[in-house]
Design a protein around this ligand. Structure first.
Ligand code: PGA
Length: 261
């Protein structure tokens, strides 16, 4: 796992966007795995800026989102479908047919999830998966005790996640109890994972993810087994890492050909 500590969320987001842009420029028909939530907002803003001012083209990019709330219409303002349109898809030159977001209105959910997995495979697998992390250690909506072998499926949210996500809804009682999420196994199949986390409230879980024992009780610890996982945090989210000076030293001394900036 590569841990990169940036002074603040803005600089961390710019670096995350640079890594994604590098991937798209190297392989224009890239398949991206995308995340929602408050964490990737600045990164998407930076990608939009790169599209507008640096000719970053999404014309051949295909995307698969991690998750969606069950029962929410894609037009509902708190749906991840609406989030993605508002923060990225309506602002860049991506083709609508290249966008995949789980449908919260799927009738036969197991069948729908199996088809989602099939579509990912048909697109050649995910080249780069963007991730946030929940305060309980979830990636996607894989809550504690999710199998590391899990694939796209329905999950019930924990009370903590429902509370964390209530801000996005007018009425906290509106937060759906169920979601469709890619599994930990689906995420682990992506060629590269880029996980972002900002703020003091993520410090403890980041330390457990990077330096703690691997356990399904912290699903993000599966990334310790990923051959290419990059974790980009701000100072506040890095505060509980015992080896933060080492991660800084490693980043500052990377060979030129391995750098992102
Ligand atoms: P956040 O959520 O970006 O809103 O903190 C992250 C997550 O739950 O994965």
């Amino acid at each position: 796992m590569e841990v990169i500590i940036k002074p603040n969320a803005s600089e961390a987001s710019v670096l995350g966007a640079k890594i994604i842009a590098q991937q798209i420029r190297r392989k224009p028909a890239t398949t991206l795995g995308l995340a929602t939530g408050s964490t990737p907002l600045k990164l998407y803003r930076e990608l939009v800026r790169m599209h507008k001012t640096e000719k970053l083209s999404f014309a051949r990019v295909r995307t698969f989102n991690l998750d969606e709330y069950v029962g929410l219409d894609p037009r509902h303002p708190a749906s991840y479908n609406a989030f993605m349109r508002e923060n990225l898809f309506d602002l860049v030159n991506i083709r609508k047919t290249n966008i995949h977001i789980p449908s919260g209105l799927a009738r036969d959910i197991p069948k729908y999830c199996a088809e989602y997995e099939k579509k990912i495979r048909k697109c050649g697998g995910i080249d780069l998966q963007l991730l946030g992390i929940g305060t309980d250690g979830h990636i996607g909506f894989n809550e504690p005790s999710s199998s590391f072998a899990s694939r796209t499926r329905i999950k019930s949210l924990t009370e903590k996640t429902i509370k964390d996500n209530a801000d996005f809804f007018d009425d906290p009682r509106e937060v759906p109890r169920h979601v469709i999420t890619m599994g930990v196994g689906t995420i682990m199949d992506s060629r590269t994972c880029v996980l972002l986390a900002f703020g003091a409230k993520k410090a403890e879980i980041i330390a457990r993810m990077v330096e703690g024992p691997v356990t399904a009780m912290v699903p993000a610890t599966a990334l310790q087994f990923h051959p290419s996982a990059v974790v980009i945090v701000d100072e506040a989210a890095a505060a509980a890492l015992t080896r933060r000076d080492y991660y800084r030293w490693v980043y500052e001394n990377k060979p030129q050909w391995q750098t992102y900036e």
